[in-house]
Design a binder for this molecule. Structure first.
Ligand SMILES: [Zn+2]
Length: 268
């Protein structure tokens, strides 16, 4: 069983081809993110994000057993809380993706969104680490996400192991383990969609496994739809090869490929 907990929409994909790609990649369920990086969708255009969330709702409708839609909002927009509520309550989306850019994870506006997400009982996937726009990395340092702890009911994932601040990400995530919090109850888990260039991946994963344990790690391909199943499967094979290299036990692999995300999403 495999959950791909980080798969991007662009607005150009159709339900049938997404399901076929997942079948071909042998992925059982996927977290689909509303489009925000592909024109005409932009994080700084609230109208485009509303269209993006509606597109995603249409895409996943009727296939909620396999397609888990995550809305996107920008906390800087005045209507962001209303847009989030609409996306979850009216459109039926089931989580939230946030990219800190132009705002820090501890800003007051972000706390308003966290409060709403906690009330709605939804998980949040954060981009963390350096960002592809080459301008926003400073907003996405892992330690800044400690602000989430002011909302104890929130269960969030930090993407990319916080690359290049993987040590900082491990330090944030291990706190709950030190305090004896059960992994599924931890406020933080981390996806291993790699931000790191290949030469760093083995050591980054090795340290994350040692510090966070497989219980706080989950797989995400970070691929952009529409794409073939083969394109997604390449990412699965890439992590399989690292798991082989690190001699990871079968139970640990199952946890990373399915169990951690299933518990986070409430689909176990
Ligand atoms: Zn991504």
């Amino acid at each position: 069983m495999i959950i791909d907990a980080h798969l991007h929409c662009t607005g150009r994909e159709h339900t049938d081809e997404v399901l076929t790609a997942l079948d071909d990649a042998e992925v059982d369920a996927a977290v689909l993110l509303a489009p925000f990086l592909s024109p005409p969708f932009q994080l700084n255009d609230p109208h485009s994000l509303r269209v993006a969330n509606q597109h995603l709702a249409n895409l996943v409708g009727g296939h909620e057993d396999r397609l888990i839609g995550f809305a996107v909002v920008n906390p800087l927009h005045e209507e962001a809380i209303d847009d989030l509520r609409h996306a979850i309550v009216d459109l039926g989306l089931r989580g939230l993706k946030l990219v800190p850019t132009g705002w820090y994870p501890y800003d007051e506006r972000a706390h308003g969104i966290y409060e709403s997400a906690a009330l709605l009982g939804i998980p949040i996937l954060f981009h963390s680490g350096i960002f592809i726009d080459g301008r926003s990395g400073r907003f996405c340092r892992p330690a800044f996400f400690e602000a989430v702890r002011e909302h104890p009911d929130l269960r969030v994932t930090l993407a990319h192991l916080g690359w290049p601040w993987c040590d900082e990400a491990n330090a944030v995530g291990v706190i709950d383990l030190i305090n004896g919090v059960a992994p599924d109850e931890s406020q933080f888990r981390f996806d291993i969609s790699f931000g790191a260039p290949p030469v760093y991946r083995k050591s980054a994963l090795n340290k994350a496994l040692a510090v966070l344990t497989p219980e706080l790690l989950q797989f995400g391909s970070d691929r952009f739809l529409p794409c073939s199943g083969e394109h997604i499967a390449e990412k699965i094979h890439e992590v399989d090869a690292l798991f082989d290299d690190l001699e990871l036990a079968p139970d640990a692999r199952k946890r990373i490929m399915y169990g951690t995300a299933a518990a986070w999403l409430g689909i176990s």
